[in-house]
Design a protein around this ligand. Structure first.
Ligand SMILES: Cc1ncc(COP(=O)(O)O)c(C=O)c1O
Length: 385
């Protein structure tokens, strides 16, 4: 039996996506920039997908720019806006951003920009008052992750965005983990820029979008990829028509299933939390209940390294992930867990379990049993970690 519980890393492309992409690759492979029939058909596919993706977040389709995924969208938001300015200014991010925001912020800092990293509480939430106090006259962008990939915590995005709107500062959110799990309405919420990635909701890897509202358009972020001027000049390069088509159908189906899947996954998630609650050494991290992504569980173990637990579960046929990263041969603790106030050891011992469309009650019960058995076996061995 194999159980994939790492949907936060990537999701398998759903059959409708594979069918759509296969059909497009077989018969609609024209270059969308070409003026002939083949090109026009590809353009129509792209524009239909733009409508589908826009609908998922209730956006004006004009605001959707297709990119190669979440990382490019985040880079485009941060560096694209920064390149508007002749002199370095100020940006604000949270202390628990994904590296696709964290590293561009570091890059800007190395180039003279001032960067404020807002602290979070032990659940991983930013305090809106801290944001309000951090805005300076030269703050040009605030970027706060909508739902955190390692700990599943959902931020008070509406409050944070409203503070930015009141201060006339652009607000970007990396919604890569939130899209398809949480209702996001960019017209009702004060969001100026938003990053999306298709492979987190059953599209394919290598395709995503940056949403820009008219306010962000007016401050014209500068393109990162120069060339033929596709995507209205924001993103040059021949579009991956098949991937965009798959993205569109994945978005349409995610919108249809959003509420039913969220309820189903929340029940499964809570079932697994309950089944593991009798292991005192396995301590949940991040937020609880409604402030947590419906498919997301995270823990640290008091004794065992997260990577060791991932390996042990892998031997049992179960795929999960750890929060620690391997850098230059050394195990780096999760910077997110450190920002939440956990020790280096706790941060190295973190794991994440993320459920998905294929997850059943049987998978949950099997996984809980496997975790119990693995920990009992490790506990009975003298060498720990
Ligand atoms: C929160 C978050 N932002 C950005 C990314 C990067 O997205 P992509 O893999 O599409 O570049 C990820 C991927 O794990 C993510 O979880």
């Amino acid at each position: 039996m194999q159980i994939y519980l790492d949907h936060g890393a990537t999701t398998p492309p759903r059959p409708e996506v594979i069918d759509t992409m296969t059909a497009v690759m077989q018969s609609q492979w024209g270059n969308p920039s070409s003026l002939h029939w083949w090109g026009e058909r590809s353009t129509m596919i792209i524009e239909r997908s733009r409508l589908q993706v826009a609908s998922l977040i209730n956006a004006d389709p004009e605001g959707i720019i297709f990119t190669s995924g979440g990382s490019e969208s985040d880079n485009m938001a941060m560096i694209g806006i920064a390149r508007q300015y002749a002199q370095p200014q100020h940006m604000i991010i949270s202390a628990i951003e994904h590296s696709a925001v964290r590293i561009p912020a570091l890059f800007l800092e190395q180039n003279g920009w001032a960067i404020t990293r807002l602290p979070v509480n032990q659940q991983g939430q930013v305090n809106p008052e801290d944001l309000a106090k951090s805005i300076r006259p030269n703050t040009v962008l605030v970027s706060i992750i909508a739902a955190q990939n390692e700990i599943g915590t959902i931020q008070p995005i509406e409050k944070l965005g409203q503070i930015c709107r009141n201060a006339n500062v652009l607000f970007h959110t990396d919604a890569v983990q939130a899209i398809g799990k949480l209702p996001i309405d960019v017209q009702a919420m004060p969001i100026d820029l938003l990053s999306i990635s298709a492979h987190k909701f059953y599209g394919t890897q290598g395709i995503g979008a940056l949403y820009l509202n008219p306010i962000a358009h007016q401050r014209s972020p500068v393109t990162l990829i120069l060339g033929g001027g596709q995507e209205r000049g924001y993103r040059s390069g021949t579009e991956s028509v098949a991937a965009i088509a798959g993205f569109g159908i994945a978005a349409e189906l995610a919108e249809k299933e959003l509420y039913s899947e969220s309820i189903r996954l929340t029940q499964l998630r809570d079932r697994l939390f309950t089944l593991l609650a009798d292991i005192p050494e396995l301590v949940p991290t991040g937020a609880t209940g409604g402030d947590r992504l419906p498919h997301h569980l995270s823990f640290y173990h008091q004794n065992y390294n997260g990577r060791q637990l991932v390996r042990e579960l892998n031997y049992a046929g179960i795929g999960i992930s750890s929060g620690s990263a391997c850098s230059s041969g050394a195990i780096e603790p999760s910077s997110t867990l450190l920002a939440l106030g956990y020790s280096e050891d706790q941060a190295k011992n973190s794991i994440r379990i993320t459920l998905g469309k294929s997850t059943t009650t049987v998978d949950i019960d099997w996984t809980a049993q496997a975790i119990h058995q693995i920990l009992q076996r490790l506990d009975s061995c003298p060498a720990k970690n």
